[in-house]
Ligand binder design. Structure first.
Ligand code: HAM
Length: 424
């Protein structure tokens, strides 16, 4: 029998990476909270119906990518493929709509989609997800987008990313555009890839999103959705862009940006990178004004986005060693161990990361271990030192040693740390 491995498309986030994850998560908390968003934590699974109704029966997500199972009572449940539907369910269930609008919520955590795994695309992945609910003003759209770019700015990534925006119009006027699109694509059906031929029947807008090279010349000449916007939708989009410009948020208009979920109306946007191959979207979002009502909630509008955190972490690059201990405490024998054990505890209580040997290895082995751990100091206590109530404090870089009283050892380590000493 061979050892059990992680499921395909599902990965461990190893210690060498977790510092970067913490940095990304801290930036999200900091930036979102500065804009007045509050964190909400929603369950990892919901009734299947929520996603079917929320995301759309005809989307790839609902048709092919959900992890759906019956629980022991026969109820159909689904691991969340995204967070928006869950956040809206919670918004309705807990009566958030009576709060001052817009209600601003964010959440972070794993999502699950049965997609073909490749670099930057996984079956369990993580999003930072933001929703602003109950306000239609286009300045909110611009503010949400500006916040997204501020998140990337806080991580020093803004220069490596491109923001694309579009308006896909209102639910009321979109059918007219779709009819024009079908008129254009219908005669060219044979030239489209198999996937696009199927989309043409099921969800023609999605053809615009195809990445197959053969489809590109056809897509490029397709009628632009921006020419079919209602007067209100066009005005909304103009104001979004003016507000973005007023805040100095650089963006490109991309009339083919339609997104893969059915709930969007008016503003849609994505943040793209040229550095991750085919998985070029690091974030995406848009407005979804009919969705809360569709989930049997009040007729409140909403807008939001989600950031793909794996992709952000990939862009940040460079494994980090993680911080090692400031000091390794090396007792040479059982009696010394009993003196160093409480000293280690006191140092740790003072916030100083220390490691402790257990008196079972010889000194050269212990010093080699301290070196490998990257410790700045080793603290050595053998019988001779112990008899005098001392330990030897060894600078791992220079090899210099000095005696310190065992009683004051923890305080000495806390002082060294406060002076700025850190692991190597
Ligand atoms: P989405 O475009 O499906 O939107 O996903 C947002 C981001 O999640 C993508 O741009 C990508 O970075 C990341 N992502 C998606 N699938 C994967 C995957 N299999 N592996 C790694 N990363 C992935 C939504 O989910 C919407 N709920 C966003 C939203 C919130 N719209 C309004 N509010």
């Amino acid at each position: 029998m061979s050892p059990i491995k992680a499921v395909r498309g599902v990965r461990d986030i190893l210690p060498a990476e977790t510092r970067r994850w913490q940095r990304v998560e801290a930036a999200a908390h900091r930036v979102f909270e500065a804009y007045g968003y509050r964190e909400i934590r929603v369950p990892l699974f919901e009734r299947t119906e929520l996603f079917a109704r929320g995301i759309g029966d005809e989307t790839d997500i609902v048709k092919k990518e959900m992890y759906t199972f019956d629980d022991r009572s026969g109820e159909s449940l689904t691991l969340r493929p995204e967070a928006t539907a869950s956040v809206l369910r919670a918004y309705i269930e807990h009566g958030f709509h009576v709060e001052p609008k817009p209600v601003r919520l964010y959440t972070m955590g794993p999502m699950f989609r049965y997609e073909r795994p490749q670099a930057g695309r996984y079956r369990q992945f993580h999003q930072a997800n933001v929703e602003a609910l109950g306000e239609t003003h286009p300045a909110l759209d611009a503010e949400v987008i500006a916040m997204l770019m501020d998140f990337f700015g806080a991580l020093g990534l803004a220069d490596r990313l491109e923001l694309r925006v579009n308006s896909i119009g209102d639910a009321g006027t979109r059918p007219a555009y779709i009819a024009r699109l079908v008129d254009y694509l219908g005669p060219r059906r044979a030239e489209l890839c198999g996937e696009c031929r199927a989309r043409l029947d099921r969800n023609p807008l999605r053809v615009l999103d195809c990445k197959t090279p053969g489809c590109q010349p056809i897509i490029e000449k397709a009628p632009s959705i921006l020419d079919s916007l209602s007067r209100e939708a066009a005005r909304h989009f103009d104001t979004v862009r003016e507000c973005l410009e007023a805040m100095g948020v650089a963006h490109t208009v991309d009339p083919r940006l339609v997104r893969g979920l059915d709930y969007y109306v008016r503003t849609t946007f994505e943040v793209l990178t040229a550095e991750l191959g085919a998985q070029n979207a690091v974030a995406g979002g848009g407005r979804y004004d009919g969705l809360i009502a569709q989930l049997e909630g009040p007729a409140d509008p909403g807008i939001g986005f989600a950031i793909g955190l794996e992709r952000v972490v990939l862009l940040l690059g460079g494994d980090e060693r993680g911080t090692g201990p400031l000091a390794v405490l090396i007792p040479l024998g059982e009696a010394a161990l009993r003196r160093l054990l409480p000293a280690a505890r006191r140092a740790r209580q003072g916030g100083v990361p220390v490691e402790l040997g257990y008196g079972i290895r010889k000194l050269p082995r212990e010093l080699e271990r301290a070196n490998r751990l990257g410790a700045a100091w080793a603290v050595i206590a053998g019988d001779n030192e112990l008899a005098r109530g001392l330990a030897l404090l060894r600078d791992m870089r220079s090899g210099e040693q000095r005696a310190v009283p065992l009683d004051g050892l923890a305080d000495e380590l806390i002082r060294l740390r406060a002076e700025g000493a850190g692991p190597r």
